[in-house]
Design a protein around this ligand. Sequence first.
Ligand SMILES: Cc1cc2nc3c(=O)[nH]c(=O)nc-3n(C[C@H](O)[C@H](O)[C@H](O)COP(=O)(O)O)c2cc1C
Length: 318
Amino acid sequence: MLLKKITLLALNYTFDATRFIKHSSVFTINSQQKIEGKITYNYHSIEKGHINEQIRYKFGVIKINKLIHLLKIWLNRNYDITNSQFIAACSVLVKYYHFHSENKVDISEIIAESDYYLFKPYYNENVGGIINYDINKYFQHSSEKFDLFSDSRHSVRHFNGEMVSLEKMREVVKIAKNAPSVCNRQSVKIKLVNDHVLTQKVLKIQGGMIATANTVNQLILVTSNINSFVSEVERNQMFIDGGIFLQNLLYALHHHKIAACALNWSKPFFYDKRIKKLLKLNPAERVIAVVAIGYPPNEFKVPFSKRKELSEILEIFG
Ligand SMILES: Cc1cc2nc3c(=O)[nH]c(=O)nc-3n(C[C@H](O)[C@H](O)[C@H](O)COP(=O)(O)O)c2cc1C
């Protein structure tokens, strides 16, 4: 019986690994969606570079080079030029070019004029880049009808230093814990790191928030305990239940006018060891995500983060 269970688990993990090797863009870029993922990864990083107060000229050269390379592959392979992420990428690239030329900074060694004219036909002024907010405008829909509410949440990466009270955080988690989970098994825990120094140590390990990390005083670790899962077929359930909880948490924070940015924990295993040691986590806990939280400054910027069109997402059968 034990041997059967171990064999089934090993087979399933092997199947997972084989599928990932074949269908992710880690090893091959032989489909439009693989290229699309890589394009979005790179242009989003350029968008994020524009939210900083002091924008460094010529930032993100490596990402820009990769983006140009991928966009050229896109065009050479005659992929869909109406694709939302292709258009967003071209728009970000063109805006980057305009930003430098308006400031009279020569970037011909980063984006050649010929490349600028190659991508300009796909530029949409209303897509890509950043959105400017003031705090009142940002939270104006935080208690509104769900469509307005949901549309008004963004990842905020700047904070004003004021601490969110423990009382407020209890209210937030009370809402977040309404999240559904498999058989109501509720594997998720919320770890509030409520100390600036410890927060900085976690962010240093996480590594995804370099430019504005020093403005973060508090963060949340969303974890899922593997003890709750009963069969080898549930080997990925922690990420589903944890992900649902994470989204509900982001909404609960927004409802309470607390700014937040989810930060990924797709890390090699030794990062798990580091965070476990730092926060003395139970070895059965998997980190799902880190969430930087706090109150935003009076004025701030967020990346545009263009969503796919409905027609690119919704498939109807029957
Ligand atoms: C699981 C997860 C991990 C994320 N990791 C990072 C990260 O490491 N650094 C970062 O700046 N943003 C991170 N984000 C924020 C995304 O960039 C952001 O959600 C996306 O661009 C959509 O924008 P929006 O949240 O403003 O709607 C993450 C978001 C999620 C859901």
